[in-house]
Design a protein around this ligand. Structure first.
Ligand SMILES: NC(=O)c1ccc[n+]([C@@H]2O[C@H](COP(=O)([O-])OP(=O)(O)OC[C@H]3O[C@@H](n4cnc5c(N)ncnc54)[C@H](O)[C@@H]3O)[C@@H](O)[C@H]2O)c1
Length: 301
């Protein structure tokens, strides 16, 4: 499905991104495998992971080149896109997948923890996308696939930085889809559920936690790649501005925010009438304070 296309996958040295790179290459794409080779928290660097995935792709008869620049900086993000152009002469698809976690309850979260996560996820997705945009615009084609999360779409404890970044990515994707539709450039999000080192950091002290983690292990990272390959391909030419989810063998389309219900008073509102009229009318439609696991309450299928 991707014969002749050049695909850039960030954070492709492990986890979900590695499967993206392998499957994109198996579908015929030339792949720029980017990975900083850092820890889940974003500490340290290594050229090993990106090169290992490139070696795997080549061993399977595919075409790939490694790059170890960080997405979290405008200059180095430009180097990632340039590396794809230098190696393959063009760029057709950007997959913004690189990520780190710095979980902490909001009331204890440091500015550094906030900035590090926003820089990799939200700023990194903007930098790499923006660096490729001029090429997509002039060739009048291109596809973006961004990784969001139900931590942002639904909610999660101890992830204010990550949730804000991942919901920001949804806004970024929609804006790209709107601004670049005239150039036949598409942009979509995937909220994955997959057993990777990222969720391998979940504590397993109680029997309840251990049982939960056993279920999570059934969600293979390889299950996310078929949707990403499809979204990268010309078969998805009618698909843009959407938010999908993948969890083992389930595939989801997520809703997007629209007004749920409205109330109106000819004379306008006072704080008192908001309390006595608007809130009683709207309250039935309030969302409970749910987390992702409350909404996705059934076992992965
Ligand atoms: N695993 C899940 O269930 C899940 C759920 C929701 C969202 N996601 C998202 O999916 C994506 C992949 O996650 P994963 O679970 O495979 O995690 P992972 O930790 O296995 O992979 C992330 C990769 O990104 C790389 N990376 C980190 N910072 C980088 C930087 N600045 N520049 C370049 N590369 C960098 C890391 O070295 C690592 O190889 C992330 O965006 C994550 O937020 C994952």
């Amino acid at each position: 499905m991707l014969e002749g296309k050049v695909v850039l996958v960030t954070g492709a040295g492990g986890g979900i991104g590695r499967d993206f790179a392998l499957d994109m290459a198996a579908a015929g794409a030339k792949v720029l495998v980017n990975d900083l080779g850092t820890s889940v928290k974003g500490e340290g660097t290594s050229s090993g992971p990106a090169q290992t995935v490139v070696d795997e792709i080549r061993a399977a008869g595919g075409t790939a080149v490694a790059n170890t620049d960080s997405v979290a900086d405008w200059t180095s993000a430009n180097r990632i896109v340039q590396a794809a152009l230098d190696a393959f002469g063009r760029i057709d698809v950007v997959v913004n997948n690189a990520g780190i976690l710095r979980d902490r309850f909001f009331f204890n979260m440091s500015v550094d923890e906030w900035r590090a996560v926003i820089d990799v996820h939200l700023n990194g997705s903007f930098y790499v996308s923006r660096a490729a945009a001029a090429h997509f615009k002039s060739q009048e084609s291109g596809a973006y696939v961004h990784m969001t999360s139900t931590s942002g779409l639904v909610g999660n404890l101890g992830q204010a930085n990550y949730s804000a970044a991942k919901l920001g990515i949804v806004g970024l994707s929609k804006s790209i889809a709107l601004d670049m539709a005239r150039y036949q450039v598409r942009s979509n999000c995937i909220a994955p559920f997959a057993w990777s080192r990222m969720i391998g950091s979940i504590p397993t002290e109680t029997a309840d936690q251990q049982a939960r983690v056993e279920k999570l292990k059934s969600m293979a990272t390889s299950k996310i790649a078929p949707l990403a390959v499809f979204l990268a391909s010309d078969a998805a030419r009618e698909v843009s501005g959407q938010i999908f989810g993948v969890r083992a063998n389930e595939l989801f389309l997520f809703s997007q925010n629209r007004p749920l219900r409205s109330v109106h008073r000819d004379e306008g509102w006072t704080p008192q009438s908001v309390a006595s009229h608007a809130m009683p009318a709207l309250r039935a439609h309030f969302y409970p304070l749910e987390r992702s696991q409350d909404v996705f309450s059934w076992d992965p299928l």
